[in-house]
Design a protein around this ligand. Sequence first.
Ligand SMILES: O=C(O)CCC(=O)C(=O)O
Ligand SMILES: [Fe+2]
Length: 323
Amino acid sequence: MGTLGGIISDTQTELPVVDLRGLNQSKLHTKAWDIAQRELIRALQSYGGVELIYDQVEPEIRDGLLDRAVPELFAENVATDRPKPPPLPYHGVYMYREGFPYFSIQLANLNSLASVEEYANTIWPQGNPYFSNVVWNYAVYMQELIRMIHRMILEGLGLGHKYESFIKSLANSIRLSKYHDDISSNETKVALPPHKDPNYLSIIDQRKMDGLEVEGSDGKWLRVSPMPNSFIVLLGEAMMAWSNGRLKASNHRVQMDVSKERYVVIYGSLPSQSNDLVSSPMELTDKEHPTMYKPFKYYDYLKFRFSNEEDTHKDTLKAFCGA
Ligand SMILES: O=C(O)CCC(=O)C(=O)O
Ligand SMILES: [Fe+2]
């Protein structure tokens, strides 16, 4: 344990760990940055996921979000007063999976404190400054981290010059999730079935309750048990397509004792609604890497994917836009 700026473990039983402590975008191309970038790419090529040690987020914000703001939100019965299904799958405010003790609230187009306040006002008519501030402060920290990861990915693929325009094309979202079933047995079971996220990247903060499992290249499930100062990052299908399959989308699931409550926060990057074409740059196609996916519109793919949810496509993205 403990190599600075590099990989700590990449055995087949654990997700690789990359240390980002001391790094930021003013440290581009220092030795530590280059090592971390290389190891990040390696992890995303073979697992589609990585544990990042990142200590820039104020502990009061992380604790406040997961220990207070999110539980208080779910205490408002947002999970039981289920409104109509959202107009766009994975994009409305409310999400759940039929038959699983999982419920999630997504705040899309997260671009200002006012956008969080607007949502908070729908739950608490007098507003809830604690909730709004903690969610927005967390989003600001995540924005910095997600930019750093995208920069490492683009540079690692030799496309650093596309970074600014890529970042401009992104939207961000935050999902607040709760897992719990009102049962007395302490049985461990699948609480969220295996899936790939459709977006570019997901940064998961689960803190005290484990449950996330990532499929390794040998098909075995790796139990993820992040350290208190780390985050789990998973690559989604849009990034796999953009990278022309050079990076892999992580297949993952949640397995846990659902008689206990588990809260999770996921910050994500995805194509913006006004410009949602996912098209792999031609630099990533050559003889050894023929085109894997035709350019596609992200929101069309979401509709396809979620209208085929019960379908048994082994690879939904390929079925939609495979070349
Ligand atoms: O709860 C977790 O750890 C991951 C949840 C997840 O994969 C999702 O909501 O897409
Ligand atoms: Fe997921």
